[in-house]
Design a protein around this ligand. Structure first.
Ligand code: ATP
Ligand code: MG
Length: 527
C-alpha cells in the first residue's frame, strides 16, 4: 500500500461510487478513475512505453492530466508535466533533456505540440486528451485519449505487476521554476510523495469528505502535490483549467469547495476583485498557501476579510515533494499566543530533520540565520541527468535548499531570503524579505520586490521595486523614509522604483526578480 495506484484501488473497492474528479461538467467516480488509469496504462504499453520511460503532457489542468499523474506509473513509466508557459525553444530543451517518446496534448496547445513533434527527435507518438479530437486541427492520425482507453476495455488490478513502479522508483519528474537558474528535472518517487501527503496532510487537517479545488498549474508541484494528498485521503478533486479569479470564486460556491492551495498573488487577486463580497465561501474549511513569501500585511488582511476560514502555510520546494514546514491553522487564529509567528513559515513536518548551517555546513545557534538543509523520506531521488548537481545539493546526506532562514526558541522557521539573493551592502548582510515586508506595510503598496544593485561605495545597495494599489500614490522619498521607521537603516532601500502596473510574474506566479533586475539595471545605466 505504499504506491499510489494501490491507494486508488483501495478507494475504488471501498467507495466505488464516490466522486474522484469533477472537471467542466464531467464527473468520474473512484471506480471509473481506477479503470481509466489502468486502461491508459495499457494504452501506454501499446505505444511502446517500458518501465523507466518518460511520457510528457502539455496542457492546462484537466481530469486527463490528473489521471496521467497515475497512469504511467501503473506500467512503470514516468510522467513529465510540461510547463506550458515556456517558449517553444525552452520546451524543446526540456524534452531533449528527458527524451519522452509519447506526448499528450490538450486543445490549448495543438499547434505547439505539432511543432514539438517536428523538432524533438525523441517524440514518436502524439495523443489528444480533450473533448473533441475531430474538431481540433490535429496532425493526421493523432488518436484520442478517450477512444484509446475505451478500446482497451477493463484491465485487471494486478495486470501490470511485473512492470509497475515500486515505492522508491521515480514516478514523476517536475522541472523547478527556474527562479535561480535553468529549470532542473526533479525525480520524485511514490515514497517521496506519500511522505509529503501524510506528513503535511494531517497538519492541514485533510479528511476524506474534503472537496479539493485544483486551480494552480499542475505542471508545478505546489498544486501538483495536492493531487497526491487527495489520493492519500480519498477526497474529491475539483479541477479548474487555470486560475481565473471570477470563475474560481464561482466554482468554490457551486462545488462547495472545502480546501485549496493558493500562492500569495492568487489570494490578493481574489480579495481585490470587485465581486469578492458577492460569493458564498461558507463551504471553505481551510485555505493553504505557499510557494513564495506571503507578506504579513496581506495575511492579516485575509484573516479579517474571510472570517470563518482557517489559513495554513506550507514552505517547501520541488526537490522535497515539497513541504518542509507548516504554519498550522491554529497559528493563524487571532488571539492565539502563536499569532505573532505569522511572519514565519511554521515548524518542520514530522518526517524532516531540518537544520540551519553556515557556509561550511556547521550548525548555527538558535536565532542565527544560515542555509536551511533537510534530510527525510520526502527528499527527491535526484536531478534527472544531473549527477553533479545532485551530489552538490545532497552533500553530507542533507538536501541544501538554497534558502536562508533561522529557527527561534519555539522551533519556528523564519525565512530571510534565498542564499543567492543575499545583498551585502557596506559589509552588512541584508536579505530581501525583511525589506519587502516593510515596503508592503505602506498603505499605497500592493507588491514589493527587493534586489541588490551594484554600488561603487557599498559593493551592493538595497533597492526596492513596488507596484501600487489601484488609485493610490506615493513617492520614492516617502517609501524610503517609511522603511527607515520600520527597520534598521542599512536594511531600508536606498532607492525605489515605482513600477508601472503589477510586477512581472514567473511561470509559476512568483514575482519575477530576474526580469525586474534587468529592467532596473538598464534604467540605471541610462540615467
Ligand atoms: P529554481 O530552483 O529553478 O531556481 P524555485 O526554487 O523557485 O526555482 P520551486 O521548487 O518552485 O522552484 O520553489 C521553491 C522555492 O520557493 C523555495 O526554495 C523558496 O525559496 C520558495 N518558497 C516556497 N514556499 C515558500 C513560502 N511559504 N514562503 C517563502 N518562500 C517560499
Ligand atoms: Mg529551487
Amino acid at each position: 500500500m505504499n504506491r499510489f495506484p494501490d491507494l486508488i484501488r483501495k478507494y475504488a473497492f471501498k467507495h466505488p461510487e464516490k466522486k474522484a474528479t469533477h472537471f467542466e461538467g464531467r464527473d468520474f467516480t473512484y471506480a471509473q478513475f481506477r479503470d481509466r488509469i489502468q486502461g491508459m496504462g495499457q494504452v501506454l504499453v501499446n505505444h511502446g512505453v517500458n518501465p523507466g520511460d518518460r511520457v510528457a503532457y502539455l496542457g492546462q489542468n484537466s481530469h486527463w492530466l490528473v489521471e496521467m499523474y497515475y497512469a504511467p506509473c501503473v506500467v512503470g513509466g514516468i510522467l513529465v508535466p510540461l510547463n506550458y508557459r515556456l517558449s517553444e525553444d525552452e520546451m524543446v530543451e526540456v524534452i531533449a533533456d528527458c527524451t519522452p517518446e509519447v506526448l499528450i496534448v490538450d486543445r490549448h496547445f495543438v499547434p505547439r505540440a505539432a511543432a514539438l513533434m517536428q523538432r524533438c527527435p525523441s517524440l514518436k507518438h502524439l495523443i489528444f486528451a480533450d473533448w473533441d479530437a475531430d474538431a481540433a486541427d490535429l496532425p493526421a492520425g493523432t488518436p484520442s485519449y478517450d477512444a484509446l482507453v475505451e478500446a482497451v476495455g477493463p484491465i485487471a488490478d494486478d495486470a501490470f505487476e511485473d512492470r509497475a513502479s515500486d515505492s522508491n522508483d521515480t514516478m514523476i519528474i517536475f522541472y523547478t521554476s527556474g527562479t535561480t537558474g535553468v529549470p532542473k528535472g526533479v525525480m520524485l518517487s511514490h515514497a517521496n510523495l506519500l511522505a509529503n501527503a501524510t506528513g503535511s496532510g494531517h497538519l492541514y487537517g485533510y479528511v476524506d469528505t474534503d472537496v479539493l479545488l485544483l486551480s494552480g498549474p499542475l505542471f508545478h508541484l505546489g498544486t501538483g502535490s495536492r493531487v497526491y494528498t487527495a489520493i492519500a485521503y480519498g477526497t474529491t478533486m475539483v479541477i479548474q483549467p487555470r486560475f481565473e479569479v471570477l470563475e474560481t470564486m464561482q466554482i468554490i460556491q457551486d462545488q462547495r469547495v472545502t480546501t485549496m492551495t493558493l500562492v500569495p498573488t492568487m489570494l490578493r487577486m481574489i480579495m481585490d476583485h470587485p465581486q469578492f463580497g458577492d460569493f458564498d465561501f461558507s463551504s471553505i474549511r481551510c485555505l493553504t498557501y505557499g510557494a513564495s513569501p506571503m507578506p504579513v500585511a496581506l495575511m492579516e488582511r485575509a484573516i479579517a476579510a474571510i472570517p470563518g476560514v482557517v489559513f495554513c502555510q506550507g514552505y517547501g520546494m520541488t526537490e522535497t515533494s515539497p513541504v518542509l514546514t507548516v504554519l498550522t491553522p491554529a497559528d493563524h487564529v487571532p488571539g492565539n499566543p502563536m499569532i505573532g509567528k505569522l511572519g514565519s513559515v511554521g515548524k518542520p513536518v514530522i518526517y524532516g530533520d531540518l537544520r540551519i548551517v553556515d557556509e561550511n555546513d556547521n550548525p548555527v545557534p538558535t536565532g542565527q540565520s544560515g542555509e536551511v538543509i533537510i534530510r527525510g523520506p520526502q527528499v527527491m531521488n535526484g536531478y534527472w541527468n544531473r549527477p553533479e548537481d545532485t551530489a552538490h545539493a545532497m552533500r553530507g546526506g542533507f538536501y541544501h535548499t538554497g534558502d536562508a532562514g533561522f529557527l527561534d526558541e519555539d522551533g519556528y522557521l523564519t525565512l530571510v531570503g534565498r542564499t543567492k539573493e543575499m545583498i551585502i551592502s557596506g559589509g552588512e548582510n541584508v536579505y530581501p524579505i525583511e525589506t519587502e515586508n516593510a515596503l508592503t506595510k505602506h498603505p499605497a503598496v500592493a507588491q514589493a520586490a527587493v534586489i541588490g544593485v551594484p554600488h561603487e561605495k557599498w559593493g551592493e545597495m538595497v533597492y526596492g521595486v513596488v507596484a501600487l494599489q489601484d488609485g493610490k500614490t506615493t513617492t520614492e522619498a516617502e517609501l524610503i523614509a517609511f522603511c527607515r521607521e520600520k527597520i534598521a537603516d542599512f536594511k531600508a532601500p536606498r532607492g525605489v522604483t515605482i513600477w508601472d502596473g503589477p510586477l512581472p510574474l514567473s511561470p509559476t506566479n512568483k514575482i519575477d526578480k530576474k526580469a525586474i533586475r534587468e529592467v532596473v539595471l538598464s534604467d540605471r545605466k541610462e540615467r
